[in-house]
Write a protein that binds this ligand. Structure first.
Ligand code: UDP
Ligand code: MG
Length: 314
């Protein structure tokens, strides 16, 4: 690899980010220009993910002034993961950095990432030392990473969003993955490659409002768990075995007791308990099986992940 002549692609998914775009560019462009002094050419790929404010118009103007700014505009809101996938598809860079538009991923880290890449790392993660977020969000994120760490076959780095530098080789590996459920940080982690981490304090959102609420985050966490672990399916085997064992012991006890002392009619309470308990367990396990079947169904339809309405600057 020729480290003194490379192209860096910044991918920015954007949904309703008009309030922050100017500031974002005023901080990002000088940094990329300073990289250019050491041989790096750059491009910025903004993916307009169905914004209903004037994000697209601002981006169009940006692209006119500077042809290194390119815009993919999706036909509707497909979600951040799909937007990122679209950006990866069109990025030409030898290295690629996905970036949030709200400056929660400080672009000032990019030169440090590039120098780690020049040290031979194919993936440079930017991990949050602190989270400038509510107690609830920190706790739920912590629980999520714990569960993922325990059950997933792929090591998903803690407290790390999509903000990272990835080498072209990694991009090509991720592009090979055909799945519809794009849990990007899982897919990036799946690819592997020589990885290092730099740490930063994550600031609060600069402008605009978050596009995530707890329900969306919950669904996103489920995407992560269900697409990177089959443990929720397997656990029922163990629970089933344990319950059968207990039932067998209890059944034997009942039979022996009946043989010794004759039958007694009462038993309504224990019957109800067992029926309700087992009914609940069966519904949960059916639900989990349904979750996987739903995902299989979605995958088999082979729908495209996104539809591009307009390409600007390509
Ligand atoms: N985003 C997107 N499509 C969506 C939701 C979000 O492209 O449906 C973008 C958003 O514009 C931002 C990034 O994804 O650049 C992260 O979103 P946000 O800041 O709302 O997430 P948070 O930081 O609160 O997790
Ligand atoms: Mg944000």
């Amino acid at each position: 690899m020729n480290y003194s002549d490379f192209l860096i692609s910044i991918i920015i998914p954007m949904k309703n980010e008009s309030a922050g775009v100017e500031i974002l560019f005023s901080r990002l462009e000088p940094i990329l220009d300073s990289l250019a002094k050491t041989g790096g050419k750059w491009e910025i790929i903004c993916v307009n993910d169905g914004s209903n404010d004037n994000t697209l118009e601002i981006l169009r103007a940006k692209s006119l002034v500077n042809p290194r700014v390119k815009v993919l505009s999706l036909s509707r809101n497909f979600g951040k993961e799909a937007a990122l996938t679209a950006g990866l598809e069109y990025a030409k860079g030898d290295v690629v950095v996905p970036l949030d538009a709200d400056l929660q991923d400080p672009p000032e880290l990019i030169p440090e990432m590039v120098s780690q890449w020049k040290n031979g790392f194919k993936v440079v993660l930017a991990t949050r030392k602190t989270r400038n977020e509510s107690w609830m969000k920190r706790k739920s994120a912590g629980a999520f990473y714990n569960i993922m760490g325990r059950f997933s076959t792929v090591r998903i780095p803690k407290n790390t969003g999509d903000f990272r530098l990835i080498d072209r080789q990694v991009v090509e590996a991720v592009k090979l993955l055909p799945e519809r459920t794009r849990f990007m940080k899982g897919l990036f982690a799946w690819a592997g490659f020589k990885t290092t981490t730099i740490y930063f304090d994550r600031p609060a959102r600069f402008a605009g409002t978050t596009n995530w609420n707890y329900w969306k985050l919950w669904k996103f966490a489920l995407d992560g768990i269900f697409s990177f672990s089959t443990f929720p399916l397997k656990i029922w085997t163990y629970i089933g075995v344990i319950i059968s064992l207990i039932s067998f012991l209890y059944g034997s006890f009942l039979i022996i007791r009946t043989l010794l002392y004759g039958s007694d009619v009462p038993g309504y309470a224990s019957l109800m308990t067992v029926i309700l308990f087992l009914g609940g367990i069966q519904l949960i396990s059916l639900g989990i099986i349904g979750e996987y079947i739903g995902r299989i169904y979605r995958e088999t339809k082979h729908r495209p992940l996104y539809v591009i309405e307009e390409k600007i600057g390509f």
